[in-house]
Design a protein around this ligand. Structure first.
Ligand SMILES: *Cc1c(COP(=O)(O)O)cnc(C)c1O
Length: 402
């Protein structure tokens, strides 16, 4: 074995461009929501081919504010998948609605498309599918499922009425820059929430963005304004407008929430976004290299590129064929001993205390458990060298040999 390396799981890739842009903001005299946030929103909307985008302080906030925009709350049900991070489901509880979890498809990291229609009741208002690892869901099948249950839908306001069916809110925390049937993540679901958390493909340290498709009978400026009110105390003027000479007066129209993005965050995002095509290209190279090197081992990697979709290459998910939890956990420990940091995406929600306490039982989600039990996620980030990738695979090969 070659010399021991130390390979972190997903360190942020911060260049001088990000540093200079942040310094520029710090020196500008305006550090919270302002011109850079608005520019970042404009660039992301353009990238996603949507009319508008709203920058917030996380994907979690983006999903929660979207549920609130739709007027979803107590008495309503919202569907998401068992195989995800807590945020996809916790936002449903934040608004007081009931979480409904659907299993994964057989041998799939995505939601079971065949299980969606069965989970829809007359109380269902939205579904939050998860674009895991940067691979978008099969949205045609999701829209087909919600359309098939249209007759059960009970709208409780004009926005819900405009949809006339369960709304599709993508948890796209992993999928900025991914495509599905030639369309960008952001323009496929009714609403799409991106994350710019420190470990994500494109980072603002913490941060998120929501985009939406045009809605019949609704003015995009009005929807944008609703998001502004939801995310900034229900205040009729934002901080920058209020700072204009003599323009002190404002109204609070509702006792709302606080989850706006700052210009410091947005400057990180602007610089990252400029570098993003290059970042996506390198991620693709790494995935192709892993795929080639791992083909000799008894493992199955998630497929990132296909005729119908192009992933943005966020996570490298791997199944250790035929193995169980104990074997997988042992592999992670042994990889760590060799200096390689790996992870599991995800421990399904019904295995966590919070969701057990809500009454969920893991035995009701057999496909999710099968995906989880032998899954391991390898380091995938743009600070990896080709030698690092070879070292990671060699480490795994050595563990299999022992
Ligand atoms: C990171 C992540 C989130 C949360 O993103 P934040 O920006 O941290 O709120 C939501 N869903 C998934 C699948 C994630 O990986």
């Amino acid at each position: 074995m070659t010399e021991l390396r130390s390979i972190p799981f997903s360190p942020p890739d911060i260049s001088d461009e990000e540093i200079n842009e942040v310094v520029d903001t710090l020196k500008s005299g305006w550090i919270t929501t302002g011109p850079k946030t608005k520019l970042f929103e404009k660039q992301i909307a353009e990238y996603c081919n949507t009319s508008k985008a709203v920058a917030l302080n996380s994907a979690t906030a983006a999903m929660e504010m979207t549920l609130r925009l739709l007027g979803i709350g107590p008495g309503d049900e919202v569907i998401t998948c068992a195989y995800t991070y807590s945020a996809s489901a916790s936002v449903i509880t934040h608004v007081g609605a009931k979480v409904v979890l659907v299993d994964s498809g057989k041998d799939s990291f995505h939601i079971d498309y065949d299980g969606i229609a069965d989970a829809i009741t007359e109380k269902t208002k939205a579904i939050i599918p998860v674009d895991i690892a940067g691979v978008m869901c099969d949205y045609d099948r999701i829209f087909e499922a919600v359309e098939s249950k249209k007759q059960l839908f009970n709208p409780s306001n004009d926005l819900q009425k405009a949809f006339g069916r369960v709304a599709v809110i993508a948890d796209a925390a992993h999928s900025i820059g991914a495509t599905y049937k030639g369309k960008m993540s952001g323009e496929v679901a009714d609403f799409t929430s991106f994350s710019f958390h420190a470990v994500k493909n494109l980072t603002t340290a913490e941060g998120g963005m929501v985009t939406w498709r045009d809605i019949d009978g609704f003015d995009n400026e009005e929807i944008y304004k609703q998001y502004m009110l939801l995310s900034l105390h229900g205040q009729s003027k934002d901080a920058l407008t209020k700072t204009k000479l003599g323009a002190w007066e404002y109204d609070i129209v509702a006792p709302n929430y606080k989850c706006n993005m700052t210009d410091i965050m947005a400057s990180l995002g602007l610089a990252q976004f400029k570098r993003y095509p290059e970042i996506l290209g390198r991620r693709k190279e790494i995935i192709e290299k892993y795929d080639a090197l791992l083909s000799q081992l008894e493992v199955t990697s998630m497929k990132h590129y296909d005729e119908t979709y192009q992933s943005c290459g966020h996570l490298y998910l791997l199944r250790l064929n035929g193995e169980d939890e104990a074997f997988r956990n042992d592999v992670i420990t042994k990889m760590a001993e060799k200096g390689v940091s790996s992870n599991v995406h995800y421990k399904p929600l019904p295995m966590h205390s919070a969701y057990k306490n809500l009454g969920f039982k893991m035995e009701d989600y057999p496909n999710a458990f099968d995906m989880y039990k032998n899954e391991i996620t390898l380091p995938l980030h743009t600070l990896l060298t080709d030698e690092d990738i070879e070292y990671v695979v060699e480490s795994l090969r050595d563990i299999y040999k022992d």
